[in-house]
Write a protein that binds this ligand. Structure first.
Ligand code: DHE
Length: 560
């Protein structure tokens, strides 16, 4: 959502490719052909507008401004709305999720004015990123034959946490038992997610700038053994998990250019790039920028589940024969974003966020099972939360970005057919602006954050629901406890937000990032899941802007 200026990667593993093109924001652009009535803008202003747009706006509105999580901002629409309207919209934001860039102080008055003029002009189109660019960026730091043949360290790898240090362009590996930071590793800018190879040995992370790092957790001091830049803007990476293909392939999806690439699982050598440009599933009109959102590996077939945002297509990509690539294209709903598997790992549930829907795919049959209206605004599940409800049986839960509701979807068509693929219950948590929800098979609690809530106290707290207590009065909302995680962190300066609950491997502790500005102290707060009391606070000058945290075993085995 909000972004800061990326760091320079010239010294990092990405030094092999053109360092001046590390992120979208650094691309040199020219003003597209000026039309009558265009606002006057110098080349410098246009360049600055492009930088701001790519840093702050493109994630939600798209590089070509066709709209997704945020509304379309094409020049025809912006001209109709008019400069004054656009200027005040950027300044004050909207309750639907547009940040108040002006009044929050993140953009100056001049920048807001510049951006209101900028969106009246045609958007520039960044360059493509095909095989030559990928090859040039690809580095094998330690070839497979020079890597250890057994684990060389005393780390309990299964209980390691890979923590994104967003604005530092790094990840921290933190021991889930001792809370010790075992390594801080340079990565791409603002790593979005971490994923673990099927064997549990390799950790893969992807930066917003498309840089993938493959880290060998068996090394005495875990470090990057291969890296590649797969695009200019990206969010997702995954590895092959089907029996017989463990650690064989990796896949990464890009926002720009809209494409995914399948890579060798040992070296990240790029093997096959597939563009996702094409027709929107329902209108069947061409979309130039269908971005790759979440990617998950099927446990039932040698397939990657690739979610294409703007066209609303879920691609089941069969990786058993890359030369004769078979893809099942499932029509679902537009604006696919994040999602996860149900507790049996057979069904995949993904949010079509701007359409308030969850699509369910049967990964055994590679077919759409259901499209469910969540009843809330903009579902944002992360990978969601699976638990057994005392009345409705196995359910998967999502919270919402646009309102305070939590929706539970029945996921057991065999044992609870009446509840399967329906919203069985919906209730209120702390407030709107929730990003992530989490539980664990060994826990009786459901944790819901409210990271983007405009109220500082709410955004620094977390709601906890007692799962056993959900079986009470069907007409009353279940009660929840509020944990003041931000207060527990004891941070004096700034306005830190609490984001993304993540369990340790035993499911006995839950970790929260207390995410402050990059020049201010941040922390990780660890809560005892049984007592809901504070167990530990990790503070360290190296913990700069922690966001996502990924426990190795839970991520490797899709436990959430
Ligand atoms: Fe995320 C998951 C995209 C903003 C932290 N985010 C995802 C996924 C996608 C995505 C597609 C699913 C990946 C997968 O499972 O393969 N995120 C986007 C955006 O497009 C968006 C809305 C705007 C942007 O400009 O990036 C966005 N995300 C954010 C943030 O502002 C967060 C809080 C901090 C950041 O790094 O920018 C953030 N996103 C995360 C995290 C996950 C994630 C921690 C993984 C959650 C999980 O438990 O799986």
């Amino acid at each position: 959502y909000a972004q800061d200026k990326p760091k320079d990667h010239a010294d990092g593993p990405a030094a092999a490719y053109e360092p001046s093109m590390t992120t979208l924001a650094e691309i040199q652009v020219e003003i597209p052909g000026r039309k009558p009535g265009d606002p006057v803008m110098t080349q410098e202003e246009f360049q600055r507008g492009t930088e701001i747009y790519f840093q702050r706006c493109a994630g939600c509105h798209g590089v070509l401004r066709k709209g997704a999580t945020g509304k379309a901002l094409t020049p025809d629409l912006m001209r109709e709305a008019g400069f004054d309207y656009v200027q005040s919209f950027i300044t004050y934001g909207s309750p639907a999720g547009m940040p108040n860039w002006g009044t929050s102080g993140e953009l100056t008055e001049e920048d807001v004015d510049l951006m209101a003029r900028y969106v009246l002009l045609d958007p520039p189109q960044p360059p493509e990123w095909g095989m030559p660019e990928m090859q040039a960026s690809w580095t094998v730091v330690i070839p497979p034959e020079d890597r250890p043949t057994q684990k060389m360290n005393d780390i309990d790898i299964d209980n390691l946490m890979s923590v994104t240090l967003r604005d530092a362009g790094q990840i921290a590996l933190i021991d889930g038992g001792t809370y010790e930071i075992r390594a801080v590793i340079d990565t791409g800018y603002a790593v979005h997610i971490s994923r673990i190879s099927a064997s549990g040995r390799y950790l893969l992370v992807i930066g917003r700038d498309g840089l993938v790092n493959m880290i060998d957790l068996w090394m005495e001091n875990p470090e990057t053994v291969a890296s590649i830049k797969i695009g200019i803007e990206a969010r997702s990476v995954e590895t092959s998990k089907f029996e017989g293909f463990e650690d064989k392939y990796a896949i990464a999806g890009a926002y720009w250019p809209p494409q995914y690439v399948i890579m060798d699982g040992d070296t990240l050598e790029p093997l096959k790039i597939v563009s996702t440009r094409g027709m929107v599933y329902d209108e069947q009109t061409y979309h130039p920028e269908p971005r790759v959102a979440s990617i998950l590996s099927s446990h039932y077939k040698p397939e990657f589940i690739v979610n294409v945002k703007e066209t609303g297509k879920i691609l089941m990509v069969d990786y058993s024969d890359l030369k004769n690539l078979k893809t099942t294209e499932i029509e679902s709903e537009r604006f696919l974003h994040d999602g996860g598997l149900d507790s049996t790992h057979r069904y995949f549930l993904v949010a079509a966020n701007a359409r308030n829907k969850i699509a369910v795919v049967d990964t055994k049959e590679s077919k759409l099972t259901a499209l469910i209206d969540t009843g809330g605004q903009t579902p944002h599940p992360g990978r969601g939360a699976n638990f057994t409800h005392p009345v409705y049986g196995p359910v998967w839960a999502t919270s919402h970005l646009g309102d305070e509701s939590v929706a539970l979807i029945g996921t057991d068509p065999e044992g609870h057919p009446d509840h399967a693929w329906k919203i069985v219950d919906s209730f209120y948590a702390l407030g709107g602006g929730s990003l992530f929800i989490k539980t664990h098979p060994n826990s009786q609690n459901l944790y819901v954050d409210a990271t983007l809530n405009p109220d500082a106290e709410i955004s620094a707290s977390v709601a906890v629901f007692d799962i056993a207590g959900m079986g009470g009065d069907p007409d009353a909302d279940p009660e929840f406890a509020t944990l003041p995680i931000g207060e527990w962190a004891g941070i004096a300066e700034g306005q830190p937000r609490v984001v993304q609950p993540e369990f340790n491997k035993q499911g006995t502790e839950v970790w929260f990032s207390v995410w402050n500005a990059k020049d201010k102290e941040s922390a990780i707060v660890i809560v005892d899941d049984k007592t809901l009391e504070l167990k530990h606070v990790i503070k360290d000058p190296r913990l700069i802007t922690p966001t996502g945290k990924f426990n190795v075993m839970n991520t490797q085995k899709d436990i959430y």
